[in-house]
Design a protein around this ligand. Structure first.
Ligand code: ADP
Ligand code: MG
Length: 347
């Protein structure tokens, strides 16, 4: 299960030894970090800005399966998923805390892998790791990340600001992470039936990466700032387009019309979904874990986003009486309902 063949028992180190060991590699670079690891609390200074805080809990067997998720990817993804929430507020993420619960099956080398991934994400996104907590767990691995960010007061974008006539936009492409998950699950089943068969993920790098190594869209927040666009409402796509657009509509007291043919789906996502006999549009609507940004903009901003390869306009906001509608490729009208992930049923 672990790449590093050495196994250093955590009991040899003890809690403080482990904390010292894993936090050795931590560097502080953000000007807003006054004090990081080593006291009872981190100290941050945002001098007059609005502070943003978001937290996530990830449990082995519920949110990830270590039979195909490499630990380094897991550490990386745990951070990305959390930063994504800060970007969804149109904020800049600047710090995280990273907490872990470890059962006895994890040696030091496993923890090192998780941290290598987490610190890589921090480095890439300009975020300091300023604390965390470490505990034994009876069963399985637990990770909790809290991210902290900031924004000028006026810059913060809520889910509730969409207005009638606004254009609905999405970054990147959708459905890939879900199709990647189907692929990994299929290879896991094949492997469990016959351990001599090696996983066949040949040519499927993009969707496997979408699942294992998502990238939060800090670049899109920066792009919108450069274009001088402040979205009227925004959310990140963790549970699928359907669920997220309903969150925006309900928070804003509005309806929506989405056009199926405008939903961006990568060709590999499309083909692989077809191989699995699933509708690619359903993957985009209900798949989840794409960590793209879904946002609404004023019509006046259309000229600015029109030529942007990373932004697709997929519909518009209507008044609440218009309901939540998807216009299919053949022109039929379907009501949008959220399936999303239910954390309390097994997948
Ligand atoms: P406390 O007893 O106050 O909870 P700890 O001994 O748990 O303090 O933590 C000591 C310092 O190490 C704190 O600054 C804490 O934020 C940091 N720390 C503990 N665990 C982790 C971890 N898994 N990752 C990063 N920092 C950690
Ligand atoms: Mg502690």
């Amino acid at each position: 299960m672990f790449d590093n063949p050495e196994r250093t028992n955590l009991e040899q180190l003890g809690e403080f030894g482990l904390i010292d060991h894993i936090t050795k590699a931590v560097e502080l670079k953000e000007p807003s970090t006054v004090k990081g690891i080593g006291d009872d609390a981190a100290v941050l200074d945002f001098s007059g800005k609005k502070m943003l805080v978001s937290t996530d809990l990830l449990l082995e067997g519920i949110h990830f399966d270590l039979r195909y998720v490499p630990l380094k990817h897991l550490g990386y993804k745990a951070v990305q998923v959390n930063l994504s929430d800060i970007y969804a507020m149109n904020g800049i993420a600047s710090q995280i805390t990273f907490s872990i619960g470890l059962s006895s099956k994890f040696p030091l080398e496993a923890v090192e892998e998780i941290y290598a991934g987490a610190l890589l994400a921090c480095q890439k996104y300009g975020v300091d790791l300023v604390g965390g907590d470490t505990s034994a767990s009876v069963q399985g691995l637990v990770i909790s990340v809290t991210s902290i960010g900031h924004a000028d007061g006026e810059a913060v974008v809520y889910r509730s600001g969409a207005q009638v006539g606004d254009l609905i936009c999405v970054s990147g492409d959708l459905g890939g992470a879900y199709v990647g998950l189907q692929l990994l699950e299929r290879e896991k089943r094949i492997f469990l039936e016959n351990p001599n068969i090696q996983p066949d993920l040949e040519g499927k790098d993009y969707i496997v990466e979408r699942q294992l190594k998502p990238e939060a869209r800090k670049d899109v927040v920066e792009l919108l700032a450069r274009l001088g666009i402040k979205p009227t409402a925004m959310i990140d796509i963790s549970d699928g387009l359907a669920s997220e657009i309903l969150h925006i509509c309900r928070a804003s007291g509005k309806g929506c019309k989405l056009y199926e043919d405008k939903i961006p789906i990568d060709p590999m996502t499309y083909e692989t979904a077809r191989e699995f006999g699933i509708d690619p549009t359903v993957c985009a609507l209900n798949g989840g874990e794409d960590y793209e940004l879904l946002f609404t903009i004023r019509q006046a901003d259309y000229e600015q986003v029109k030529g942007q390869p990373d932004i697709s306009v997929i519909g518009h906001v209507t008044d609440a009486d218009g309901g939540y509608e998807l216009i299919s490729k053949s022109g039929n009208v379907h009501p949008i309902t959220a399936q999303g992930w239910n954390a309390f049923t097994s997948r």
